[in-house]
Design a protein around this ligand. Sequence first.
Ligand SMILES: NC(=O)c1ccc[n+]([C@@H]2O[C@H](COP(=O)([O-])OP(=O)(O)OC[C@H]3O[C@@H](n4cnc5c(N)ncnc54)[C@H](OP(=O)(O)O)[C@@H]3O)[C@@H](O)[C@H]2O)c1
Length: 367
Amino acid sequence: MMNKDNSLDIVNTYNSATLMNAIAMTSKPRIGQVVESLKMIKVPVPRPDEDEVVIKMMASSLYADELYAAQGTALGRFFGPKVVSENKPYIMGSSVSGIIVGLGENVTGLSIGQNIITIPSQTPVHGVWAEYSCLKQECIIQKPEVYSFIEAAGIKMAACVSWGAICHSDIKPGDRTLVIGASGGLGIIAVQYLKSLGAHVTGVCSGKNAEMVLSCGADEVVDYTKKDFGKLAVQNRQFYDAVFDFVGGLDGEKSGFLSLKKSGRYITVTGPEKFIGENKLSWVKLCRIFYHIAYKSISGRIFGPRYIFGEMKPAKAIHPALSQALKHNIRMPISQVIPFEIEAVKEALNLLLTHRAKGRIVIAMEE
Ligand SMILES: NC(=O)c1ccc[n+]([C@@H]2O[C@H](COP(=O)([O-])OP(=O)(O)OC[C@H]3O[C@@H](n4cnc5c(N)ncnc54)[C@H](OP(=O)(O)O)[C@@H]3O)[C@@H](O)[C@H]2O)c1
């Protein structure tokens, strides 16, 4: 929470502002062209509806899924932008930590100057890569004090998704677990959560990220560029109780099943298509994916190991996820903090699209 003078300053600055900077598209890009189409533009400063809160952005984490939503792939196919123009720009950014600088008439229980984070959304949202954004009261919660704005922006989505997946897995102390994509945003938090529950953790990542994964608590690491963890498990006759897949694809799934005990659980947050938003899938392909998930879920229940699509509503996951993270000092490695500048953001987004950015990249406003 800010002191009274600082709160007054930022509220006065907000009240007197008419235009603000925002990172946006002003026309609908082709698939794979979102980054090129982004610009820093001036847009009117938003004023809140009666149930909205105005947030001054302090930090925001970058996700490839935001680009997929903008180009109309993955869930963007259903929730992506319909019309984008100079008059109706599509402001990017789905996740923010910041300070409340304005309240709608009907907002209760929140106050000016309060530090908040947004609850990640299950469906694609956008509009926070701007100096200010107006958000529904139910989308925000207080920022945990021990996290800086940057740390809070970096961890919250990964915490919700990883914790949600782990809640489906009935982990007990001493269980042998494996995390595919252990160096990514979701995986690196999952490694720490699993250790906090007393599990033995093997991380799967590329060799260059092995040290980071080990330093976050993994007991061992398999470099997927050199070895197949499934074959390794069979060779060593050391099988897992749970495999968490944060990368997706049939190869990972095949190795995952090879490496599991019959009573084990394979928990995926991505399904059988790796980096699913990169291309627009045909309806036939989409149906095949749904069929695959349904078939695996049913046959796994009968014959084992179980196949679980491990999702939990972020609004349900966020409080227990953050509470477990705070209790065990779980942190998101932030690989880059970048300024709210168009070229820096574009460069970071291009790196993100290589699926090789470790931990998280976060945009930070000057404090
Ligand atoms: N269901 C949900 O609610 C939900 C929510 C958010 C995200 N997701 C999905 O979850 C996935 C991961 O998200 P993220 O934010 O963690 O991504 P990220 O931070 O970009 O991480 C990608 C990771 O993938 C690893 N990787 C790339 N190719 C690999 C391979 N062939 N084998 C093993 N690992 C490989 C990379 O490891 P190295 O760099 O070490 O090679 C990197 O650690 C994304 O596909 C995203 O769409 C699902």
